[in-house]
Design a protein around this ligand. Structure first.
Ligand code: SAH
Length: 265
C-alpha cells in the first residue's frame, strides 16, 4: 500500500490494519524463569546473543534463532546480581518487554510461564491456559478511577482459531508481585474473576499496550492455590513436568503461527 498522496503519514490505525494482514515474522517470548526458558532454547536451538541488545549492566538475556519463517527471540530477565535468583515479578517483566519492543519491533509477544490455578474455577495441575484477560490484584488505590487504573484490567488480543485448534483452556489471569496470596489479594483475585495467578502477565500487557504490540499469554499450572498442598512445595514438585507441557504447547503454537498473519490467529 502506497502512502497517502497528500503527504501525510499513515495513521496508527492504518498501520495496525496493515500489520493484521502481513505474515507474522518477529516473535518475542518473555519468560521469567530460566527453567521455563531452557526447554524452548533447546527445542529451537536458540543461541545466546553475545553482544547483548540491552544496555551494559542489565542482566537480561536474549536467545534467538529461526523456525520456518519466524524470527524467534526469547528474552529472559536473567538473575538478580545480588541474590542470584531469577528476576521474577512485574518490574523486570515490564522492563524487558519495553526494551525488547524498542530493540526488536516484534509483530507478536508471547508471555509464557508457570502459574497458580484455582481448582474452584476449573484449573488442574499441568493445564495450559491461553489467557483472555489480565488484571493486577495487589495495586489497591481506593480513590475513584485510580482504583480501576490500579486493577488495570485489559483484554488480550483475540486468537479464537489458535484456541480452538490447540484445544487449550481459556481463562482470566490475575498478576501480583507475591507467590503467596494475602486475604486482600484473594478478594481482588475473586473480583478479577481469575482462574489463574502469576507474577508477570499484567505487567507485560501494560508495557506491550503502550506500543499496541499484540500479546498472547500462555500459562501452565504448577500449583493449585485453593488445593491442599503448600504452594512452594507443589510448585517445585511439578515444575519439571509442567515446563515440559508448556514447551510442547509453545512448539504447537509456533507451528500454528508460522506463515499466518495476526487476523488468522
Ligand atoms: N519457589 C520458586 C520461585 C518461583 S517464583 C523457586 O524455587 O524458584 C514463581 C514464578 O512462577 C513466577 O514467575 C510466577 O509467575 C510463577 N508462579 C507459579 N505459581 C504461582 C502462584 N501460585 N502465584 C504466583 N505466581 C506463580
Amino acid at each position: 500500500m502506497a502512502p497517502p498522496e497528500d503527504g501525510t503519514e499513515f495513521t496508527e490505525e492504518v498501520k495496525a490494519a496493515e500489520a493484521e494482514k502481513k505474515p507474522i515474522s518477529t516473535i518475542v517470548f518473555v519468560i521469567a524463569m530460566q527453567s521455563e526458558a531452557l526447554p524452548l532454547v533447546n527445542r529451537f536451538q536458540l543461541t545466546e546473543d553475545p553482544d547483548s541488545l540491552f544496555p551494559k549492566g542489565c542482566p537480561w538475556v536474549r536467545y534467538h534463532g529461526t523456525y520456518e519463517d519466524l524470527h524467534i527471540n526469547l528474552i529472559w530477565p536473567g538473575k538478580d546480581p545480588v541474590w542470584g535468583v531469577d528476576n521474577v515479578g512485574t518490574i523486570s517483566a515490564s522492563l524487558v518487554t519495553y526494551a525488547s519492543i524498542q530493540a526488536l519491533k516484534p509483530d507478536l509477544i508471547v508471555n509464557a510461564g508457570t502459574c497458580g490455578g484455582f481448582k474452584a474455577k476449573g484449573a488442574c495441575i499441568r493445564d495450559v491456559f491461553l489467557v483472555s484477560e489480565v488484571a493486577f490484584h495487589d495495586r489497591r488505590i481506593p480513590i475513584p478511577v485510580f482504583d480501576q487504573y490500579g486493577v488495570g484490567a485489559r483484554r488480550t488480543c483475540s486468537t479464537p482459531n489458535l484456541l480452538q485448534k490447540l484445544n487449550l483452556k481459556s481463562g482470566k489471569l490475575s498478576t501480583g508481585d507475591s507467590l503467596d496470596m494475602s486475604p486482600q489479594d484473594e478478594a481482588s483475585i475473586i473480583a478479577n474473576d481469575a482462574t489463574i495467578k502469576d507474577m508477570e502477565g499484567a505487567a507485560v500487557a501494560y508495557a506491550a499496550g503502550l506500543f499496541s504490540v499484540p500479546t498472547i499469554f500462555v500459562k501452565a499450572v504448577t500449583d493449585l492455590v485453593d488445593g491442599d498442598k503448600p504452594t512452594t512445595e507443589e510448585f517445585i514438585e511439578n515444575l519439571g513436568a509442567v515446563t515440559a507441557a508448556l514447551d510442547q504447547t509453545l512448539a504447537n503454537i509456533m507451528d500454528f503461527i508460522s506463515g499466518k498473519c495476526l487476523s488468522e490467529l
